[in-house]
Write a protein that binds this ligand. Sequence first.
Ligand SMILES: [Fe+2]
Length: 304
Amino acid sequence: MAAFFSAQIFLPSVLRGVTLDSHLKPLRLGFMTDCHATSERNAPAWLDQTAPLMNSLRPDLIIGGGDFVDGGFHLPGSTMEEHWKLAGSFLKKIEARVEPVIGNHDFYEPLRADGTPSRNDPRWRFKKQFSLERTYRSFEYGGYRFIILDSVNLVGGFTPYRGLIDDAQLLWLDQELKSIPLNQPIILCTHIPFKTSLNIGFGTLLASSQGRFHVLNSDLVMEKLKDRPVILILQGHVHINERIELGEIPCITGGAVCGNWWHGPNMGTYPGLGVIEILPDKGTIGRTRSTEWNYSNTPTPPQT
Ligand SMILES: [Fe+2]
């Protein structure tokens, strides 16, 4: 079996100066990211094992953190169709509702032969798979507000994408926030991290200045949310399990379902997924820190 992480978030009654709804109920949130469905490297068999693991964690709702398929930037559409079929049959085995975030591998023939961006919509296959009109959106679940962002900005060239929330989304977020109650807890979901220790640890060695591993303008998003009770940022893309904070907001980067792109563990993170329990803590008023953590892995060697 693959590894899994578990995390708990204890919500205070008052967060960032906002009194949360006293009727909030606990939420058991599944998080699986970077499945990278492919027919190679025994991935289909591994995905077959992953579905029952996710189901066994009994999530109320699952966020799919992006990169459902492998190879979007460099493989032809015919191969990507095979990968989407594999991803689709995997997703059919997942029992809880899955809300998807788009990842860079979910793009479909985004580049022309000369490396410039295609005129076609490279997000169309992702949108078709999940019956979505847009790759960014917000929705409410159990009193919590999920904001799903599209963090992949296509530029073409040698580094063909970068982490960026585009102007259309920034404008949309301004409008969307007008209809979100001021005291509604917000969970932000992004494929490319807002913050990751990979950038902190390796700096420009990992091309951080180009936004390959983090969202370049995350500060603009966080500025819009500065008075809102953001309780969690969920991130994928870098294939490591990680829990850090952005300000006082916890960021969880989920280890990838595919680990090191189907070559075993990635920098110590085994292939897997996780569950996050959000636990309203009505007895504690005025705490300035929003979370406590219990983060564990069950490392088991992959069988590929
Ligand atoms: Fe990935």
